[in-house]
Design a protein around this ligand. Sequence first.
Ligand SMILES: Cc1ncc(COP(=O)(O)O)c(C=O)c1O
Length: 474
Amino acid sequence: MLDEEARAKLWSRLFEIIEDYMRHVHEARVSPVLDLEKIRALLAPFDFKSALEPLEAVERIVAGLWQYQVHTPHPRYFGLFNPAPTTASIAADTLVAAFNPQMAAWSHNPFAAEAERHLVRVFGERFGYAIEETDGTFCSGGAEANHTALLTALVHHFPAFSVEGARAIPAPPVFYVSSQSHHSFIKAARLCGLGTSAVREVELDENSAMSAERLASAIKADREQGRLPFMVIGTAGTTSAGVIDPLRAIAEVAIDEKLWFHVDAAWGGAAVLVEELRPFLEGIERADSITFDAHKWLSVPMGAGLYLTRHTKILEQTFSTAAGYMPRESREFGVHDPYDHSMQWSRRFIGLKVFLSLAVAGWEGYEAAIRHQTAMGALMREELEKSGWKVVNRTPLPVACFIDEKSNEGADPRYLEAIAREVVREGKTWISTTDMGHGRAVLRACVTNYRTEAEDVSALIEALNDARQHIARR
Ligand SMILES: Cc1ncc(COP(=O)(O)O)c(C=O)c1O
């Protein structure tokens, strides 16, 4: 434990470091020069044999972070769904680290547990659930929320699953995703003991979305072959192309077939907060469960996943277990213990960063931020087209997938990879390549930062055009 004087020095320096990062990250290279030897050389002197001065240790670590990190909070990071955290959410996570609430038992942290419950209900309501019928839990992220969805769907369909496991299922169980669904469902199938052959990929339509007609045919064919369909997964904002599956049509198939309907809205779910985007997610209110990651478009530090459901007993049926060392006051109050709703036992107060950020910004603040990023996405698409990049994905969300119309090799995966690498090597902006299904390789750029402005979009276009020229000269 440091003494008061040392703590005061540490806190004040930490404050400077964080403030400096927030003020100056836009001046840094977005991506690091990857040099494994140099990184290991920075770490090697930490042999932990002698105690370092706290400030010295901190300065050395901060130097490493500045130098060797893709700066996802940089306004020119056009990458995966990684946010620039809001100030309030950084403050909240700092408080959580200091107070260190243990979220296993309600009675240990009734304030924290009730704050999370409050959030579960208000987010459920924003997605169209009746507030009194909403239940849920905070998770480490979308992957855990998706895993939770698969488990709850299994328990719902095969009530003996909790006791017998996969042996409770009388025929091979199958559930439906598209090839553009998040890969976490593959892992979840393994973790639930189903194996990956239980994951059925429904063919995409021409817009890389799940086709509801093909879903219906796949279910029929599986039933005819003696398999047991139990769940359908729609995505609201695919990882590659930000495509929103036709949720209403998928919901209808799922309801007709009596299957659990899960919507993975890890990133795109934030669109329900904005009036003009909300209609694109119509049908989500019919989902049995929803994955939503606050650490994506709500701009809080990782990880803050949310699993929501309108089946108020299902989490308890899935996770509840007796533990003799557990405090039990929750029963007296008719509330549940968080550990009964989740795989996690010792758990961080994940919800506070969402709570404080929302309390400080209000829904209005978030609406404005989401609207701004959507406008920057539209501008990005426009500017790309003006420079001869052809945008090939269709989504109202701020992610563009594109190929190069000005080059004969403009759709060749190796050419596109070379462009992305050159952009990243230059370090002024960050983009990636991906595949939109049907073997279609594309470049991908996504506005993920509420501080991204028109000049940052221009810098991206310039970097792409420079990369194109650089490669043409080779
Ligand atoms: C659609 C979708 N679902 C789930 C996930 C997994 O979320 P996490 O990284 O929080 O585990 C992602 C991550 O990008 C995603 O894009």
